[in-house]
Design a protein around this ligand. Structure first.
Ligand code: DX5
Ligand code: ZN
Length: 222
């Protein structure tokens, strides 16, 4: 599968979301929406009403990353609203299989996210329940943090687990992904790349996306 870029609007201008999404419409594959509740992570961003509003203004599908407590209660509503993908965190979900199935039943792709210190090895048996595995490459909560190299072996292992089962599960990396780090992620086995500051902090966000994609594709060896 070709590399996909999912720019995070956490680094966009929250007062101009529709405009900031429009400028990436021709170059990005998804719009990554970071939902934070100030409990699962020490930051508060936006919720369902903003996602619903954004859906009316985005030509690209929304990739909703829920960094919230009790995702079992809230996640299906994002799928029902029309998000293209909804990711819940393994550390927060109490009934992940039920919730992932509810996301799929509502017509969205189901994602499972894990923090940098959470191993993936315990999740191989539920890979069939998901469409995407999100590996955090920074501690979740804020944009603009430094990429954690310590996650690279886990990216490799996750790709092996997916390959061994021959499943069409996408492997997303999120946090500190930039022109300096994207090649290492792609080489290790990632195929969907979230980038916030590397896109919205660039002079020309669309051009930054095209360059990131080029680098990722050139480094995809697996
Ligand atoms: C962090 C969020 C990320 C964040 C990435 O908790 O999940 O999506 O926006 O931002 P950068 O690319 O700047 O690290
Ligand atoms: Zn995110």
């Amino acid at each position: 599968m070709a590399a996909q870029i999912s720019p995070s609007i956490l680094s966009a201008d929250f007062a101009r979301l529709a405009e900031d999404v429009a400028i990436i419409a021709d170059s990005a594959d998804w719009v990554h929406v970071d939902v934070m509740d100030n409990h699962f992570v020490p930051n508060l961003t936006l919720g369902l009403p903003v996602v619903e509003a954004l859906l009316k203004h985005s030509a690209l599908p929304l990739d909703c990353h829920l960094m919230i407590e009790d995702p079992d209660r809230w996640a299906p509503q994002y799928a029902e609203a029309g998000a293209g993908s909804v990711t819940i965190h393994a550390e927060a979900a109490k009934a992940p299989i039920r919730t992932l199935r509810a996301i799929r039943a509502a017509g969205a792709r189901a994602g499972l996210g894990v923090n940098p210190a959470t191993p993936v090895d315990g999740f191989e048996d539920i890979l069939g329940e998901i469409d995407m595995l999100l590996l955090m490459t920074v501690e979740p909560g804020f944009g603009g943090q430094k990429f954690l190299d310590v996650v690279l072996p886990k990216i490799r292992r996750a790709r092996e687990l997916i390959k061994a089962r021959d499943l069409p599960v996408w492997l997303q990396v999120d946090g500190g992904v930039s022109a300096e780090t994207i090649e290492r992620c792609a080489e290790a086995g990632a195929d969907v790349f979230v980038a916030g500051s590397a896109v919205y902090g660039a002079e020309d966000p669309a051009e930054a996306i095209r360059k990131l994609k080029e680098r990722a594709e050139a480094a995809t060896a697996w």
